[in-house]
Design a protein around this ligand. Structure first.
Ligand SMILES: [Zn+2]
Length: 459
């Protein structure tokens, strides 16, 4: 890979001093940031380097999405109706769709999610494991050039689809992690569905497996109050108290959600340094009572490890981390509590603090020499940037992800002038439309459009 200069932008480094370097050039060599400085100096140091003109633009670290489902949902986005309950959406939509989805669907869904994510400045996506064909998902994500972690389905609850005994689930999880690349932008991790859908044996086995494979792990817990009620019935204690008793918490674990926590559970998350992925868009769309139950802002204020996520295409609906940052901040401010979350804190969750939460803080999340060249150029000529105000506030409150122009991951240009470089967007759109129709047909689902409304049944 030849060297590359990103010339003359206003660089939001997110380094420890939170420096903003105006009119600064970034030199990229191989997969890493080699230098920051003046164009003149860096042209002399890196003769023959290709150049991207970023003058007048805002340059930020690639954004991190710590909870993003990439399979099936992207092909049926916006189709699950708002006016049905959780049970109906699971058993009339999710289960038949996942039952009838094939490897081609998984790969295409992943590519679609990756391209959409990159176009919003998201360079890292953690797939929390509703994946039937992990190798195909890796292929789909890799084609678009995004950084990712991928795992496979894992639960052992009785009477649920795709379930298996704990030892089988663990053997498959081990196979998946071992079969996927261990270096490069896309690697494997251990993924349980979580909630109340895993036995104690599976939780402890997964934690031991992640330790043995030296990989992170994730599962879902407590997006709403239902999981706490289920654990109360199951073992007479709150979920996080139960996990602590099992010995499965710790820095290696990223909990999806952990919204509804009581005081003791907040302390447990902080004491064990367990990480949390907060997906505010999904909690509102699915009516989880986020503003009533959430302790996420408290976790942030007390130094907890929190990253942002966007969940699925029929929950958070958009793999757009700056939108998640906006929602996270806005919802917390509206609660009118002391010391409200500020824009710069939310932008840190989307970048350097999110990177630390997912265990990659030494590699991504800020623009510093030696770090991976995951870089986003925001088009400064867009009206959203006119005039230029306070960068931290404009980045979060201005919903500027629509101004993403160029994106690099590991030094590779994966979006240039708003077009993906790894895949043909027109062919991708055509394939997605075709696969969506075919998948719905195989699953026996006829989408019910909102407009025009169906005529009322005759009385
Ligand atoms: Zn999820």
């Amino acid at each position: 890979m030849t060297d590359l200069l990103i010339v003359g932008g206003d660089v939001v480094t997110m380094d420890p001093a939170r420096r903003v370097l105006t009119g600064t050039t970034i030199a990229v060599s191989g997969d890493a940031i080699a230098a920051l400085g003046t164009a003149e100096d860096l042209r002399a140091r890196f003769p023959g380097a290709r150049e991207i003109d970023a003058s007048g633009c805002v340059v930020v670290p690639g954004l991190i999405n710590a909870h993003q489902h990439t399979t099936i949902d992207p092909l049926v986005r916006g189709m699950i109706p708002d006016d049905i309950g959780a049970q109906e959406s699971i058993f009339d939509w999710i289960v038949p769709l996942h039952t009838h989805g094939d490897g081609d669907d998984d790969e295409l869904s992943a590519t679609l999610t990756a391209v959409e994510s990159l176009s919003r400045g998201v360079t890292t996506v953690l797939e929390p494991g509703t994946v039937a064909y992990p190798e195909r998902v890796v292929a789909g994500l890799s084609a678009a050039g995004i950084r990712a972690r991928v795992g496979g389905w894992g639960w052992d609850a009785k009477d649920v689809p795709f379930s298996a005994p704990a030892d089988e689930v663990l053997a498959r999880q081990a196979d998946i992690v071992r079969s996927l690349p261990t270096t490069g932008p896309v690697t494997g991790w251990v993924t349980l569905v979580g909630h109340d859908l895993a036995s104690d044996e599976l939780f402890t086995g997964a934690a031991e497996l992640a330790e043995r494979l030296d990989t992170p792990l994730t599962w879902h817990i407590s997006p709403g109050p239902a999981d706490a009620e289920a654990y109360d019935r199951r073992c007479g204690r709150r979920p996080l108290v139960h996990f602590r008793e099992l010995g499965v918490l710790g820095p290696r674990l990223l909990l999806g959600h952990a919204v509804w926590l009581d005081d003791a559970e907040v302390d447990i998350v902080l004491d064990t340094r367990t990480a949390v992925a907060a997906c505010p868009g999904a909690y509102m769309r699915l009516a989880q009572g986020y503003t009533r139950g959430s302790r996420h802002a408290e976790l942030v204020r007390r130094g907890g490890r929190v990253a942002l996520g966007c969940d699925a295409h029929n929950a958070g609906d958009a793999p757009d981390v700056l939108l998640a940052a906006y929602l996270f901040t806005a919802l917390e401010r509206d609660r009118d509590l002391p010391d409200p979350i500020r824009a710069e804190q939310a932008f840190a969750l989307a970048t350097i603090d999110g990177a630390h939460a997912i265990g990659l803080g030494d590699r991504i999340g800020s623009l510093e020499v030696g770090k991976a060249a995951d870089i986003v150029v925001l088009d400064g000529s867009d009206p959203a940037w006119t005039p230029r105000g306070d960068l931290a506030r404009q980045l979060v409150w201005g919903h500027v992800s629509r101004t993403v122009r160029d994106v690099l991951v590991d030094g590779r240009v994966v979006l240039r002038d708003r077009r993906p470089t790894g895949v043909d967007p027109e062919a991708l759109a055509a394939a997605a439309a075709e696969r969506s129709t075919a998948l719905l047909r195989r699953a026996g689902i006829t989408p019910r459009p909102t407009w025009p409304p169906e005529p009322a049944a005759p009385r």
